[in-house]
Design a binder for this molecule. Structure first.
Ligand SMILES: C[S@@+](CC[C@H](N)C(=O)[O-])C[C@H]1O[C@@H](n2cnc3c(N)ncnc32)[C@H](O)[C@@H]1O
Length: 228
């Protein structure tokens, strides 16, 4: 989630609703403003396509030749598309909003269509908090970008994916040497602490400029021991 809606060079472009739907988890919508695509989640601005460095960095954190990857949160598909471009072997994309999956399959945006129709991608309509602990196999990378981070939630129920017990169950699903990477809209000492109890954590701050404002997004990476 990125924090503020975009405008075109200071001139507000006309907003076109590409698709919108009410879900049990609130309104979801895709909008176009000039060349920019915006995603609305639970009725609030979640992200747009103007500045996606941190979404791409999240994908790159899975390594140069990603194996089998779980992506929590389809969004506009930037993380997933980058993983495909990086040569990911297979990807489970878990998305809470059913309409977003349908729009991806229908090709409402080019990027979502690319992700939805790649044979290496399986789209799951599910809450990652419930989907991941139910899996029996292990994954080379688990990448989470479902909310802003523990301190500033769009969906209150997402608090559980930042909680110590859920994080431990996610690490259990990693193959030896695998990585869990979590996107946050700002550095979160609480999350860093919870992850540090499970292994060695790296914090990477990704500073981006959007509409003349500076944002310090953060990625938290935990690598499972090679030998465990
Ligand atoms: C900010 S977007 C992800 C952006 C994505 N990284 C990209 O590159 O476009 C967050 C997505 O997570 C989804 N989401 C929110 N809570 C979720 C949950 N508990 N499980 C799965 N998906 C969730 C939202 O519907 C939204 O599509």
């Amino acid at each position: 989630m990125q924090g503020s809606p975009g405008h075109d060079n200071g001139v507000e472009a006309r907003t076109e609703i590409l698709a919108r739907s009410n879900t049990p988890h609130g309104e979801i919508a895709l909008r176009r403003r000039g060349d920019v695509i915006e995603l609305i989640v639970n009725g609030v601005f979640a992200m747009d396509s103007t500045q996606v460095t941190s979404e791409v960095d999240l994908a790159d954190a899975a390594g140069e030749r990603p194996g089998v990857v779980v992506v929590g949160g389809l969004g506009l598909g930037y993380t997933a598309a980058r993983l495909l471009a990086n040569g990911a072997r297979f990807m489970h994309v878990v998305e809470l909003a059913r309409p977003l999956i349908d729009w991806a399959v229908a090709g409402v945006t080019e990027q979502l269509q690319l992700v939805a129709h790649d044979p290496r991608v399986r789209l799951h309509h599910a809450d990652i908090a419930e989907w991941l602990p139910r899996r029996e196999e292990s994954f080379d990378a688990i990448l989470l970008d479902v909310d802003n981070g523990p301190g500033f939630l769009i969906h209150d129920h997402n608090a559980r994916v930042y909680a110590a017990d859920w994080l431990a169950s996610a690490v259990d699903r990693l193959a030896p040497g695998g990585v869990l990477v979590i996107w946050c809209e700002s550095p979160s000492p609480d999350l860093a602490l919870a992850l540090a109890a499970l292994g060695e954590v790296t914090e990477r701050v990704v500073t981006v400029e959007r509409e003349g404002r500076i944002f310090d997004y953060a990625l938290y990476l935990l690598r499972r021991d090679d030998t465990s």
